[in-house]
Write a protein that binds this ligand. Sequence first.
Ligand SMILES: Cc1cc2nc3c(=O)[nH]c(=O)nc-3n(C[C@H](O)[C@H](O)[C@H](O)COP(=O)(O)OP(=O)(O)OC[C@H]3O[C@@H](n4cnc5c(N)ncnc54)[C@H](O)[C@@H]3O)c2cc1C
Length: 464
Amino acid sequence: MNVKHLNNNSKESSCKVTNDICLPDSDLPRVVIIGGGFAGLALIEKLKHKEVQVVLFDKNNFHQFQPLFYQVATSALEPDSIVFPFRKQFKGYKNVVFRLAEVEKIQPSSNTLITSKGKIHYDYLVLATGTTTNFFGMDSVAQNSLGMKDIRDSLNIRHMMLQNLEQAAITCDDDVRDALTNFVIVGGGPAGVEMAGALAEFCKYILPKDYPEYPSSIMNIYLIEANDELLSTMSDKASSKTLKYLKDLNVKILFNESVSDYDGSQVSTKSGKKILAMNLIWTAGVKGQFPKGLDEKHVVKGNRIKTDSYLKVEGSENIFAIGDIAAMITENTPKGHPQVAQTAIQQGKYLGESLLKLMKNKHIEPFHYKDKGSLATVGKRKAVADLGKFKFAGYFAWLLWSIVHLLSISGFRNRLMVGFNWAVSYFTYEKSNRLIIRNFKPQTVSQQTKLKIDNKEEVENITR
Ligand SMILES: Cc1cc2nc3c(=O)[nH]c(=O)nc-3n(C[C@H](O)[C@H](O)[C@H](O)COP(=O)(O)OP(=O)(O)OC[C@H]3O[C@@H](n4cnc5c(N)ncnc54)[C@H](O)[C@@H]3O)c2cc1C
């Protein structure tokens, strides 16, 4: 049976209804990209309007701007300001096709992919699948805490937080109220630090307005870090300034501590500390995610895929990996490149250019990463910046952070919305409306509702 559909040039063509994914007819080489994150999008920008057919698969129909997830979680921004639909992004890109599907398996011997919606053949395959939260095998933590690797995670954090604050107003039990209003963030990297700063500002500026029945001191924010410093990948100056900024915001920081267990209401650390908290946000690690089918010998630490200096998966001629999932292991980069947006963007751009050269049998240079520096913000008007030799902190670092992030967001409307929200918040400290529009149910509701604080003396009250 034949069905009619429109191809990219709006001319009608026909294709057979099979298990295959329906695509526009094309004689051009087909580059299939799995994942429309920073890396996948940068690659598509280089391949658009070129003599290739580009097919993007993503399990979402939108690109996510992960660096601002914490602002959605703390109600500073609405989710549609930082996610952007692929179909809008590719408007007018005649050689680019988007298909909403999860890729489940790669079959390198036949150059095919098995997806949740059917099969597809590729000439070149690019894995740009990024990472997912790594709970390091701790099932109790995975089940009861929330990661921050997806816009849905951010919304879950937001709803968990607002519901728990409302529940705290209802309960008369002091210990239960403490648990409901205590927040533990695990991981002192950029995501953890930014989340802690934003929560602390919520506590300082929003809590007294929205919940006048509570003193600000009711909300305790703990940041647990396994090393002896925050932002360990940045300079000492950035680490020490960040520590000061967070302390000024009353965040309680526990160094050289790691979480060993979490039952939904009590956090246990390896050294034996216990913290009552029904809000645990996990930013302590990520691991690569990619479909089945690749030889295990190409998978290295962090579940990343080992590539050569041209981002080609070893042992293959036409499979490449870029962004967080790729570990380009060389003498200069024995652990691969840092898993940050800049790496993903640079690798996407590089691979776009080199694929076009490869198809024309032209010479290709190996990939070289240019470190453009690092930025992290700690609450409003304070940030730290490491830009080569220049290391600075404070208001100008925050201004730079704001400009860089604003310009990096996809879509004019999104930039406008974020800019507007930030401007309002700058002058008023007000954030967007804090609505509970869906009922977030923690997986272990039963444990939470029957919170027994019969071991109160064991629960350490860590002082500020
Ligand atoms: C909370 C947080 C804050 C961050 N802050 C910063 C920051 O301030 N600065 C910075 O430089 N970096 C930051 N990062 C890191 C940065 O976001 C990542 O390095 C970057 O997103 C990696 O890009 P990527 O394209 O490799 O992967 P991603 O952006 O993760 O994209 C992967 C895409 O693949 C899709 N996908 C995955 N598997 C499949 C499948 N099987 N089938 C179909 N689709 C699939 C996903 O849906 C996703 O769209 C932050 C990350 C987080 C989580």
